[in-house]
Ligand binder design. Sequence first.
Ligand SMILES: *Cc1c(COP(=O)(O)O)cnc(C)c1O
Length: 348
Amino acid sequence: MANDAVRSIGSEQIPYFRTEEFSETMFENEKLMLKFAKAPTKSRLVSITGSGTASMEAVILNFFSSYDKVLVINGGSFGRRFVTLCQIHKVPYEEIKLGLGVSLEEKDLLPYEGKGYTGFLVNLDETSTGVLYDIQLISGFCKRNNLFLVVDSISSFLADPFNMADLGVDVMITGSQKALACPPGVSFIVLAPRAVERAYESKVRSMYFDLKVALKNGERGQTPFTPAVGILRQINIRLKEIENHGGVDVENGRIKQQAVDFRSKITNLPFKYITNSPSNAVTSLHPIHNNAYDIFLTLKNEYGIWICPNSGNLVNSVFRVGHIGALTKHDNTVLVNAFKDLEKRGLL
Ligand SMILES: *Cc1c(COP(=O)(O)O)cnc(C)c1O
């Protein structure tokens, strides 16, 4: 959910963007995004007009080739997306398959120590199940084995603690429509210095996704092609607001409280958690008695409340409740009261 300030910018005219004013907006966005990602000095931000998947594809195109051998954590539909991208772009890979909602453990990485892998791809919060992977474990493994570490933090950014510099993450990806709570259409690639260097050396076979051209344009606060100007202005307001309210740790704490509050309110309801290590961004639930998609539909149609259905083979068994964006504890209460009402009606 977007807040009032973000929505109000959305109603304004879209200004022409090859201007000093818009460059200033882009510089501010870069500065705050790098700060919130806790990126090392000399890191850079690339803004892609396209949803999160566009940035995932840009990262595969720019940083990996047929000479690489990457490890992919595949514990759900977003992990599978990385696997598909490796297949399409002919990047040799090995997938570490994890069951739905199952967290990553040391034993899962052990067989791959010292085996000549060159890169590592992970969705920090595998949003299809809401499992948050152990990034400390992954970071240690990648440092030991000198792997180029790419973290899809699309749903985890701002919601879970993350320190790109300490973790030695080379590339972090996020998007406009998750915890930034802006309209969909923009995604971000944060590049640590090693990634900036690698992008400049890369012979990427793409025009729109050539990151060195984007980095070069970014030096003057511009993009190679027309960006989603309106959304970037909304993101600018949102980033400054987070900064003015105490920064990323405060926003992280607020989202965590929102998740903890929700989870404490559903203890007596007929749900089963599908992961033991949930991200703060989302709670994935399996309703024990009734169809998850039917519950989503009834809440939408009869109560005016939107939760998030799952897709694929989880559509009937799992739904998700988000804790990101302009939500309050009161919103949790309204939802939980609706669940209780559904329970009385035999529909939960
Ligand atoms: C939302 C999300 C994406 C990107 O999806 P788009 O629809 O392309 O924005 C990628 N990875 C994760 C983990 C996500 O939560």
